[in-house]
Design a protein around this ligand. Structure first.
Ligand code: MN
Length: 198
């Protein structure tokens, strides 16, 4: 990259959550995550680390209700940051597929930064709660990211036993798949589509 780093900072305030996220696609400007939910912090930390992103997430949500608003709204703002930071998507690889093992578990995430929103989520998360996070909101998080970023996101667990391992393998695979998809390839002329727009 010779031009300036692709980045976005977005603030979103509702009666349920106040969120500010800064995302840097090109420089590892540091990772600082505070959502108020320990397990979600853990997941976003390793997402950014393995995606090699700069990521600052500050969220104050209505955790006295339950973790759902905070988890989903954090996904929305993270997705919006990707969409804004990517801009016209000139020269990006667009696709990313990564398999990440974690002990007995194997997770896969495939993404297409297509401009179209779709989530396919195929994971059986047997433990209903991980720390302060309801595991059913993992799917809600990915749904929110996929729709706000306008991308196809397929996440699945091929096999495994431990729910913590399953969710962690998905977030690591998501980070690595996004890194692959946002990477600028000098061989790509314009945008990576025969339509000319993504
Ligand atoms: Mn862990």
């Amino acid at each position: 990259m010779t031009t300036k780093a692709r980045q976005a900072t977005i603030k979103r305030v509702t009666k349920e959550t106040q969120i500010e996220i800064s995302l840097n696609l090109d420089e590892q400007t540091g990772i600082e995550i505070d959502t108020g939910i320990g397990f979600l912090n853990h997941m976003l930390n390793l997402f950014a680390k393995h995606g090699r992103f700069g990521l600052v997430v500050k969220c104050h949500g209505d955790l006295d209700v339950d973790p759902h608003h905070t988890t989903e709204d954090t996904g929305i703002v993270l997705g919006e940051c990707f969409k804004q930071a990517l801009g016209e998507k000139v020269g990006i690889e667009r696709y990313g597929t990564e398999f990440v093992p974690m002990d007995e578990t194997l997770g896969q995430v495939s993404v297409d930064l297509s401009g179209r929103s779709y989530l396919v989520f195929n994971a059986e998360l047997t433990n209903p709660r991980l720390g302060g996070l309801d595991t059913e909101t993992v799917e809600d998080f990915f749904q929110a990211v996929a729709f706000a970023a306008e991308m196809n996101l397929h996440a699945r667990i091929l096999y495994g036993r431990n729910t913590h391992h399953k969710v962690e393998s998905l977030f690591k695979a998501f980070g690595r798949a996004m890194r692959a998809a946002v990477t600028i390839n000098p061989e790509i002329v314009g945008v990576n589509s025969t339509k000319g727009v993504i």
